[in-house]
Ligand binder design. Structure first.
Ligand code: NG6
Ligand code: CA
Length: 523
């Protein structure tokens, strides 16, 4: 288990919560505690993690067809990163890497998780939550999880659902277990399904049909949201999903209320933990499919549900900022806003996202999007704000969410063990705006791997289609290696593989070396 290095404020119990008591009590404290005055107070941290939100889906990154005043305000008061990345172009591997500091492609079973997948992070692994907990923080995760739950064979939805986030360093958990488009469509709080009536047990299957409830494929007349590909099994709340579910009727969520429900939980967490340092992983469902924003957001944009879900995302951020202000915690809290992978327009439901996109460009200047090896797959919005401590501005530092464990370990003065967070780079100085350089290289994961080295980008050869026909995404897959220079070709249009064979070879070897070393954090 992750061991504490001696931590100064452990010498005095009262000082465990310096943010609250230090100023008033300092003059009464024994000598050893007075030393703490010189220490930089560490902030609460709220990590707001949007789903499938593209680089330019918000105003401060160039969107003009949708207004995001709260996110823009966060950006005005913080640092806007222009070369920040989700570790992967899909959700589960990105989240795995962000919480463990290990590239997900090193581990089998970290692809997009099924709704009944077992927990894919070994509870022995040091996680981002462990780091905060060891630093004396109260830790919570609220919202989308999608990292599996329960033991091998999957969770017992009607019993104790364990292991899960509580076994990974989180004190509180309120979860959408997988995604909104997958069964079971229920919330899990700590170890149990919320509002479960034991007389109506939940059954879930991704293989064969169970129960006698209608499915989208056979009863499209019952649907308020129709699938465009996949998503045609059990109908819940008028929307057909991936997988079959029966029972648990009282526990089923209503998609329209999801943002309200999780935001209310997040505010409650902040209120309850206001007097202690806290880390909140607030993991939004928006703007993943099915996009079913609350009626008060419907029609707020000309882009249909996808645009309206962005407005809803912005509302969630606004509520968090408003609560911080109300609690007097704005200057004691670092807020990090980012997304788990690039944008997708049609991800399986006929929600008019394609037809009503207009001139909006979700990935901004980048090619591809969710699922893609091009930059659009992993380059995402990333804003860090800590009023009074971080000078607002823009940063072109290369950073990845896989770096969060090393950054926060450094901030909390915790030393990672040699085998902990193996691919996590300490780029805290970049996050704090003290430096404009981040990591020297980065591996981006899609259906293949790509190496970023400065402005160079090398994409490993792979089999597979160049376009995902369902989502109409350019996947960037090619049987030949590709090399781009983003310095003057952000859109990855000019493949330079033949012009710079030495650079290409260097990248190929570097990627291979990182793969073989089993880690990349230590030299
Ligand atoms: C895909 C789903 C897509 C989405 C994705 C996961 C189909 C046809 N497509 O398999 O709709 O759920 O998985 O998205 O089922 S993620 O953001 O959680 O990675
Ligand atoms: Ca996602």
């Amino acid at each position: 288990m992750f061991r504490l290095k001696a931590f100064p404020w452990e010498t005095c119990l009262i000082c465990k919560h310096p943010s609250l008591l230090l100023a008033t009590l300092a003059c009464f404290m024994p000598f050893q505690c007075l030393e703490l005055e010189a220490e930089q107070e560490t902030p609460n941290v709220i990590l707001i993690y949007a789903d499938d939100l593209g680089y330019a889906d918000v105003g401060c990154y160039g969107a003009t067809e949708v207004h995001t005043p709260h996110i823009d305000r966060l950006a005005e008061n913080g640092i806007v990163f222009t070369d920040a990345h989700a570790p992967a172009a899909t959700c589960t591997p990105s989240r795995y890497a962000m919480l463990t500091g290990e590239y997900a492609w090193r581990r089998k079973g970290t692809g997009i998780a099924r709704g009944d997948a077992p927990l894919i992070i070994d509870p022995e692994t040091i996680t981002l939550a462990d780091i905060f907990k060891e630093g004396g923080y109260h830790t919570g995760v609220i919202g989308k999880w999608h990292l599996g739950l329960g033991p091998e064979g999957g969770p017992d939805w009607n019993g104790i659902i364990k292991p899960g986030p509580l076994e990974l360093g989180f004190d509180d958990a309120f979860l959408i277990p997988a995604t909104g488009d997958r069964v079971p469509c229920v919330y899990v709080e700590n170890h149990r399904v919320v509002n479960l009536d034991p007389r109506d047990p939940i059954k879930v299957s991704f293989r064969q049909r169970i129960g006698d409830e209608p499915i989208g494929k056979e009863n499209p007349e019952l649907l308020k949201m129709h699938p465009s590909h996949g998503h045609d099994r059990t109908i819940i709340n008028g929307i057909s999903r991936i997988g079959y579910m029966s029972g648990g009727n009282k526990a089923r969520w209503k998609d329209e209320d999801m943002a309200d429900t999780i935001t209310e939980r997040a505010l409650r967490f902040m209120e309850a933990r206001r007097q202690e340092p806290f880390f909140l992983f607030f993991s939004l469902h928006d703007i993943h499919v099915p996009r079913v924003p609350h009626p008060r957001f419907v029609g707020k944009t000309t882009m249909g549900p996808r645009g309206d879900a962005i407005v809803q995302t912005d509302w969630c951020v606004g509520k968090i900022l408003e609560k911080l202000q109300e609690l007097g915690l704005s200057e004691k809290t670092m807020v990090l806003f980012t997304s788990d992978n690039g944008p997708v327009i049609d991800d399986g439901y006929r929600d008019r996202a394609v037809e009503q996109l207009g001139k909006h460009q979700p990935a901004g200047p980048f090619r591809g999007g969710k699922y893609s090896a091009f930059e659009g797959g992993t380059r995402i919005p990333w804003i860090v704000s800590w009023p009074g401590h971080i000078k607002p501005g823009k940063s072109s530092a290369l950073v990845s969410q896989v770096d969060l464990p090393a950054c926060f370990a450094d901030m909390l003065k915790k030393e990672l063990p040699d085998d902990g967070a193996p691919d996590s780079f300490n780029v805290l100085a970049a996050l704090m705006g003290q430096e404009d350089i981040g990591r020297p290289h980065l591996i981006e994961q899609s259906r293949t791997l790509s190496l970023r080295h400065g402005d160079w980008k090398w994409i490993e050869p792979s089999d597979g289609p160049s376009i995902n026909k369902n989502t109409n995404t350019e996947l960037g897959l090619n049987q030949e290696a590709q090399l781009y220079y983003l310095g003057d070709d952000l859109g990855e249009r000019r493949n330079l593989i033949k012009d710079y064979p030495e650079k290409a070879l260097w990248c190929q070897r570097k990627l291979q070396a990182i793969r073989e070393a089993g880690q990349s954090r230590r030299p």
